[in-house]
Design a protein around this ligand. Structure first.
Ligand code: SF4
Ligand code: SF4
Length: 173
């Protein structure tokens, strides 16, 4: 995967229909209202700690039709979905929702960072986002805590299958 920050834009990279594609999706309708004020980036808690994550840049690249660059970017997955950007945008652009739409498209194309694939695999196996170490389970016992509730991966798998998401999560690298 590539980072979003690249200086040169080639005309061959531009998909002029991309902005319309996103604008038709739920949450992406107000994409074209963005006038690049930068409020979303300046208030984003993730941008504060990252040299590369800039929601304003993601919105601009989407407006410009840099589809592959946006969808292949690891930084897209740094968003914490806190909705601060959406709350503060003076143009009512639903920034967090645009990012969700972009992530969904990226996932459909198989661009899911390995760390999330591993979390998904763990959820599908046990119902938990990561394997709870045996030592920690024993520690609960010694502290008199009840056992952790069993996850229901079967039900999760069924829901994901019905939402047509399972096939993307089970895609091998
Ligand atoms: S706050 Fe809204 S208008 Fe300003 S750059 Fe972000 S998306 Fe665009
Ligand atoms: S929703 Fe994502 S882009 Fe928006 S402020 Fe929160 S972390 Fe930043």
């Amino acid at each position: 995967m590539t980072e979003t920050v690249q200086k040169t834009i080639r005309s061959s990279e531009i998909d002029p229909k991309f902005k319309y594609e996103i604008s038709k999706m739920h949450g992406g309708e107000k994409l074209m209202r963005c006038y690049q004020c930068g409020t979303c980036t300046s208030d984003c808690p993730i941008a504060r700690f990252s040299d590369t994550y800039r929601p304003r840049q993601i919105i601009r690249m989407t407006q410009l039709g840099l589809k592959n660059r946006v969808l292949n970017s690891d930084t897209l997955w740094l968003c914490a979905s806190c909705f601060t950007c959406t709350d503060r945008c003076p143009q009512d652009v639903e920034v967090a929702s645009v990012i969700r739409v972009l992530r969904n498209l990226a996932a459909e194309q198989g661009h899911i960072p390995q760390v999330f694939k591993e979390q998904c695999a763990s959820i599908l196996e046990s119902g938990y986002a990561y394997k709870i170490p045996e030592l920690r389970l024993k520690k609960r016992e010694t502290l008199g805590l009840p056992p952790l509730p069993k996850g229901n991966p079967g039900s999760i798998r069924k829901t994901l299958r019905e939402a047509h998401l399972l096939k993307h999560l089970e895609t091998k690298e």
